[in-house]
Design a protein around this ligand. Structure first.
Ligand code: ADP
Length: 245
């Protein structure tokens, strides 16, 4: 019980901090625009609106992750599996993130022949958002982020890689990053906002969809690889709701 209470307190204090930072920024830029509208040139107005949009997107992602943790903890999360194309689901996510991280180069290296996958499309897009956003957050401006889809060495799965040229992750931290609220201390992590929930959720959701997530990393960057079951190997899981949606 004490443990649960502590966890709940941790959760609320992390989340409050994470919500407050973008909200303060949105309010600040909106107030500046309202009070100094005539004094601001168009370039500044555009810049401020971009920041407001960026921070709003951050809030939306954070709220989605918070709701997921809550549902994962209460086992209320039923996945709705359907047949889908990984390329078609990934492209709009890359476009949204590219819009927020204009100084990174994004490359979509998609194999158009990959088979369809059987997944919960919303959850799949949440996973891709977390991985691609992390690739941008933990790498410097001007670097390249490649999103590569392909057949995998095992015919049961397709492979989706998110490859960055960022700060890298030490092997001894590989297990830690997938646990709740964990962040690895380094100058870039201190600079960027984060709740430490993204990869925790990503791993659980990937495994619930019968997939796997692995990573490789060095000082030159990190590659996260998802293996997602190809559709013909449909696996029925207890609690899974099937839909033709
Ligand atoms: P958050 O980004 O909100 O802190 P995550 O659970 O998504 O939380 O990631 C946990 C930690 O793993 C991050 O704080 C960061 O230290 C590290 N990390 C995640 N992705 C990368 C990456 N692509 N490159 C380097 N470090 C990463």
């Amino acid at each position: 019980m004490i443990n649960e209470d502590n966890q709940q307190e941790d959760f609320i204090s992390t989340i409050s901090h994470e919500l407050r930072t973008p909200l303060t920024s949105i309010r600040g830029f909106a107030q500046t625009m309202l009070t100094s509208w005539d004094a601001l040139d168009d370039a500044h107005k555009k810049k401020f609106l971009q920041i407001i949009e960026q921070q709003s997107n951050r809030l939306i992602n954070l709220v989605e992750n918070m709701l997921s943790v809550n549902k994962l903890q209460s086992f209320k999360d039923k996945l709705v599996f359907k047949s889908a194309n990984a390329n078609a689901l990934t492209e709009p996510i890359v476009q949204i993130i590219q819009h927020q991280y204009k100084d990174h180069h994004f490359v979509m290296d998609f194999n158009k022949k990959i088979p369809s996958i059987l997944i919960d499309t919303d959850k799949f897009q949440q996973i891709m958002t977390n991985l691609i956003e992390n690739a941008a957050k933990y790498s410097n401006e001007g670097t390249t982020i490649k999103i590569k889809t392909d057949f995998s060495s095992s015919p049961e799965y397709i492979s989706i890689k998110v490859i960055d040229e960022g700060i890298g992750i030490k092997e001894e931290d590989f297990a830690k990053i997938f646990t709740k609220f964990s962040r690895i201390d380094n100058p870039l992590t201190r600079k960027v906002q984060g709740s430490g929930l993204g990869l925790y959720i990503t791993k659980i959701l990937t495994e619930k969809m019968n997939g796997k997530i692995t990573l490789k990393s060095s000082d030159d960057g990190t590659t996260f690889e998802l293996l997602i079951p190809a559709e013909n190997l449909e696996k029925q899981t207890a609690g899974v709701v099937k839909s033709e949606r």
